[in-house]
Design a binder for this molecule. Structure first.
Ligand SMILES: CC(C)(COP(=O)(O)OP(=O)(O)OC[C@H]1O[C@@H](n2cnc3c(N)ncnc32)[C@H](O)[C@@H]1OP(=O)(O)O)[C@@H](O)C(=O)NCCC(=O)NCCS
Length: 148
């Protein structure tokens, strides 16, 4: 058991908790179909649990050899700003250090002030040499460039 009675578990949330937490943290919603397909492909993931309720999450996805991506980092708003995001990153960073082979690329997309958290774990801004390019898939193959 860690700070504030919040436990870090080395298991990523299930589909229900994942979808709920993304919305609670102000991130773009994922459909149940997308989450059901995607979550089993998690390489390593953690949950923060308080009183049996998932209140934070983070995971690593990728091909497990050449590219690793830190994704879905979220803490419920009521508990933000008290070091829980850091606890998630400490766990992911330990896994990355132990499991990522030399020459592999470790990447993430930082929203807003989360960049300050990631910078503490060695991530640097890729621009202007490289920029992130993206769209979000909508129904019927249409695309949104407001992928947030
Ligand atoms: C991003 C998020 C996970 C961070 O979680 P958190 O529990 O609030 O973060 P922490 O309290 O652990 O603070 C993270 C660190 O960033 C630092 N930080 C945060 N905002 C900062 C700012 N504007 N300037 C400088 N440092 C800042 C904090 O000082 C802290 O550093 P420290 O551990 O050395 O004190 C959380 O705010 C969240 O869920 N946001 C909504 C969802 C989201 O945007 N996720 C990220 C997607 S990329």
């Amino acid at each position: 058991m860690g700070d504030h009675g919040i436990e870090l578990i080395e298991r990523f949330p299930d589909v229900d908790d994942y979808c709920r937490l993304r919305v609670a943290a102000g991130m773009t919603p994922k459909t149940r179909e997308a989450a059901t397909r995607g979550l089993p492909n998690t390489l390593y993931g953690v949950s923060l649990v308080r009183d049996g309720q998932v209140v934070g999450m983070g995971r690593i996805i990728g091909d497990n050899g050449t590219v690793f991506t830190v994704a879905d980092i979220a803490v419920v708003p009521a508990l933000q700003g008290r070091g829980l995001g850091r606890r998630i990153l400490v766990a992911l960073d330990a896994w990355l250090r132990a499991n990522v082979p030399e020459s592999a690329y470790v990447t993430l997309i930082a929203d807003g002030d989360a960049k300050f958290l990631y910078a503490k774990f060695g991530f640097v801004d890729s621009a202007p040499a490289s920029i992130n390019m993206e769209y979000m898939m909508l129904a019927g193959g249409r695309r949104s460039t407001d992928a947030g």
